[in-house]
Design a protein around this ligand. Sequence first.
Ligand code: EPU
Length: 443
Amino acid sequence: MDAFVINGGNTLGGSIEINGSKNACLPLMAAALLGDQPITLHHVPRLADISNMLNLLERLGCSIDEHDSGDGRSITLYAEDESLSLAPYDIVRTMRASICVLGPMLAKRGEARVSMPGGCAIGDRPIDLHLRGLRALGAKITLDGGDVVARVPASGRLRGNTVFLGGAFGPTVLGTANVMSAATLAHGTTVIEAAACEPEVVDVARLLNSMGARIEGAGTPRITVHGVESLGGAEHRVIPDRIEAGTYVLAAAITGSRLRLTNYPADALIAAQDQFERMGVCVRAADGPDADPLRRTVDAWREAAVRPTTVSTQPHPGFPTDLQAQLMALACLADGNSVITERIYEQRFLHVAELSRMGASLFRQGSTVVVSGVEQLVGAPVMASDLRASASLVLAGLAAEGETVIRRVYHLDRGYEQMEQKLRTLGAKIERVDERDLAPVPG
Ligand code: EPU
């Protein structure tokens, strides 16, 4: 396993490009299962989760062609063999997002068997809403040997219906993508109420519409899908990753640096931008007024001391849970007390104990953490435990005095492409090493 060794405390500078979004890409890739022709996705990030998804699609009969089209990595996917319908446990257990093949496979092949995703470090992540939505479209769903087995009704096709997809923690992102994708090939019209409004859902709808689907309202809480007989192929450029973008803004802020970010999805980061401003972090356009609001060039820097904040994570357009850990790293250095509440995954606080090892002053009660800002973080050996918690430790390590060693960075590799290389081009002192080459952790 790899680890990062960071020598913190120095200022960064320069420019980096934001990648295509991992969380958009996964359901976009699954849409290949719906079409009769190949789809080509541009700007696909090189990440462990994307490789897992490619592996799964190959097991489901898709041919894969990867090429460099001058627009990042491009991947063409074509569902050549539709006789297969099993998403096995050995892949699903490496990536919960495998569940997003369920809707497309069911709608197109009439049957899908997807291993039920198990527990997750950031909390319970049930799929009841996915199943409720597909059942509303007429699917017969059973559990067999740990697999979810779904079949279309005897008519051979799903049928449109009105379905409420809100749950105790709000709407579901991948659940919305699943039901919306399945409904494209249903007989009749589907209305998804309490749909997730995340930009990734909008991106999936955009691809499906260019394949011939008739989806209206994506990006709002009510999505209407008029079923069509078949879908064709399409070419699509994946939206930039708003969470990667927000993480690099926070890297500029925590190190007191000025960074230029290109391919920056400003329009998808308005709640985050509001938090950045409150904490004294500036993000300003460096391009013209006609630039695509999802692909801007911006400069990010911090003007003065970090100001404390109060924030609750919420479904989009609220502040994203996927930036909570990274924002907390910055709040650790604020001039006062911040209050951070997690409302999507109440247990998503694996970074709290690790940040405390670096000198942060944190008090957690339930789903809220009170962060008392300290003057300085200090380097320490810490453990990455989930993707975004790992990113927060990298940010803390960049700002800390001395050496921080972060073990188990494979979590980070799931969602950040070559983070250490990007940071090194900005002047950070960060190395990837084999954990076996590190001195043993004392005790
Ligand atoms: N939920 C249910 N029932 C369901 C589905 C979800 O109760 O059937 C609950 C969840 O437990 C959670 C809330 O609803 O409390 C929202 O979960 P959601 O379904 O929206 O999450 P997801 O679609 O599985 C995606 C991202 C996550 C991100 C969440 C929330 C992907 C691959 N994953 O997950 O990203 O945190 O939306 O925005 O798109 C990450 O990138 O680090 C990550 C975890």
